[in-house]
Design a protein around this ligand. Structure first.
Ligand SMILES: NC(=O)c1ccc[n+]([C@@H]2O[C@H](COP(=O)([O-])OP(=O)(O)OC[C@H]3O[C@@H](n4cnc5c(N)ncnc54)[C@H](O)[C@@H]3O)[C@@H](O)[C@H]2O)c1
Length: 248
């Protein structure tokens, strides 16, 4: 049995300078993948790549910007000689605001990063994957994309969009040997929580039947499954990482 399920696979993980993405990049690298971090924070991305080791590299992009994304993907693919795995992880939560007070700029930025960014990165990746007739894409949705969370309309809508984009893209790519899936985590212990009101963190934690926050490593383990050949009969799926909150 191969002890490294991702041996020689080439992977991009967006938003991997910290939090869940960092844990994913570290796990994929430990399982044999050559990993590139693409993040808006260059210094943190460089530090994360150095800390992860295993030849991990970093590139900078704001995933909401077409030119940034295409340049960063071209740069990584030129260095790696191809691309086998894309993890669409970068995302922002936005402000804690009811719809009647929401600024259009808040709505636009969250949708631009979380949903348009997922589209732009997926498009850049599949342009490299289609010719080789293989690949795996895993995107980070959220339980809020299934249920909707009050005061988090842009975030919830963007994550619902990620779920539907996953199903759509999966159908388009069946004939090209590329699988596309997403995850719907509940609250995970990451730096993202620092941008949320403490009362919201407490409320969302109280909705998790297991009674605790998830750990980034628990999300990374699910990503490994979906990115590897352990899940070759799974595409277009949204899998749960919610401590029992989503039972559907
Ligand atoms: N933490 C949670 O509770 C939770 C729950 C469900 C889903 N998620 C999703 O998981 C993903 C990771 O979340 P996290 O908790 O690790 O967040 P985080 O804030 O800790 O990390 C996000 C990373 O993305 C990067 N980033 C932000 N905007 C970017 C942009 N425009 N371009 C490139 N990089 C950008 C940041 O620099 C950072 O490194 C997000 O998509 C988030 O919505 C998180």
């Amino acid at each position: 049995m191969d002890t490294q399920p991702l041996k020689d696979r080439r992977a991009i993980v967006t938003g991997a300078a910290q939090g869940i993405g960092h844990a994913i990049a570290a796990r994929l690298a430990a399982e044999g993948a050559r990993v590139a971090i693409i993040d808006i924070d260059r210094r943190a991305a460089d530090e994360a790549a150095a800390q992860i080791g295993f030849g991990a590299i970093a590139a900078t992009a704001d995933i909401a910007l077409e030119e940034d994304v295409d340049r960063a993907f071209d740069q990584v693919v030129a260095e790696f000689g191809g691309l086998d795995i894309l993890i669409n992880n970068a995302g922002i939560v936005g402000s804690d605001t009811p719809v009647h007070d929401l600024q259009v700029s808040d709505w636009d930025r969250v949708l631009d990063v979380n949903l348009k960014g997922t589209f732009l990165c997926s498009r850049a990746a599949v342009r490299h994957m289609i010719p080789q007739k293989s690949g795996a894409i895993v995107s980070m949705a959220s339980i809020s994309g299934k249920e909707g969370n009050a005061n988090m309309a842009p975030y919830s809508v963007s994550k619902a969009g990620v779920i539907c984009f996953t199903k759509t893209l999966a159908k388009e790519l069946l004939e090209h040997g590329i699988r596309v899936n997403c995850l719907a985590p509940a609250l995970i212990d990451s730096p993202l929580l620092a941008g949320m009101e403490p009362e919201r963190v407490d409320f969302l934690t109280s909705k998790i039947p297991l009674g605790r926050l998830g750990r980034p490593e628990e999300v990374a383990a699910m990503v490994l499954f979906l990115a590897s050949d352990e899940s070759t009969f799974t595409t277009g799926a949204c899998l749960d990482v919610s401590g029992g909150r989503a039972t559907y």
